[in-house]
Design a protein around this ligand. Structure first.
Ligand code: PGA
Length: 250
């Protein structure tokens, strides 16, 4: 059984004090039984958030890392640094990193390796742009991003891997993929993982959908066979809406 994941990507939002308040309120509204809940805050809020978490109700992840262990890389943050702060996850290859900061899958591959070396679980984001979708290149793009990002990694090394299918045209636009389109993308990713790593790995890996997920559409998305969770941006910033996503099954 694949345990569902509800993950919030706070991007460059919320001050440390606001992040701490968010986590405190979120935990106070969570039931004992819940999906795996992960928040990816800005680096500056990691400690403030961790200080509010006394049980394992919520995990904290970094939105990015650099792939070197230490050295003269002004402005960068290494995997072991966020690990020491208590992060258990790291986002790799988010489309905003790919588009705005020009990260390619080769760099994403190095970051995933650095994450694994430092005991962080990688959440790999893949997804096609609107132009690629209109030109019928979705499958090609997803396959290329997956293969390049996971190059030279064994299924043993990828035992904690989570993949998020995030069509770029659906991120922050209010245009969610239909549950059928989201399911098709996620199923394709599982099929490719099965080709590369075998069926047993592909059946275990959790694949999320991301792109304008909100309390209204989450249930339909989560009811699709291959969708194991959601990676949420905008609707994860307020406890009122994020708690509804955490309780999507109600
Ligand atoms: P969104 O962002 O929910 O605001 O579309 C999703 C993401 O970027 O992970």
């Amino acid at each position: 059984m694949r345990r569902p994941i509800i993950a919030g990507n706070h991007k460059m939002n919320l001050l440390p004090s606001q992040g701490a308040k968010f986590i405190k309120e979120l935990i106070s509204q969570m039931d004992n039984e819940h999906p795996e809940v992960i928040i990816f805050p800005p680096y500056t809020s990691i400690v403030a958030m961790k200080n509010e978490i006394d049980q394992k109700a919520v995990e904290i992840g970094a939105q990015n890392i650099y792939y070197e262990e230490s050295g003269a890389y002004t402005g960068e943050v290494a995997a072991n640094m966020v690990f020491e702060l208590g992060c258990t996850w790291v986002l790799c290859g988010h489309s905003e990193r790919r588009e705005i900061f020009k990260e390619d899958s080769h760099m994403v591959n190095k970051k995933i390796k650095a994450a694994i070396r430092n005991n962080l679980k990688p959440m790999l984001c893949v997804g096609e742009s609107l132009e690629q979708r209109e030109q019928n290149q979705t499958k090609e793009v997803l396959e290329e991003q997956l293969k390049e990002s996971l190059k030279y990694l064994s299924s043993q090394e990828l035992k904690d891997l989570v993949v998020a299918y995030e069509p770029v045209w659906a991120i922050g636009t209010g245009k969610t993929a239909t549950p059928q389109d989201a399911q098709a993308g996620v199923a394709f990713i599982r099929e490719k993982l099965s080709e590369i790593y075998g069926e047993s790995m592909a059946k275990k890996v959790r694949i999320l959908y991301g792109g304008s997920v909100n309390p209204e559409n989450v249930k339909n998305l989560m009811s699709q066979n291959d969708i194991d969770g959601a990676l949420i941006g905008g609707a994860s910033l307020k406890v009122d809406s994020f708690i509804k996503l955490v309780k999507y099954h109600e």
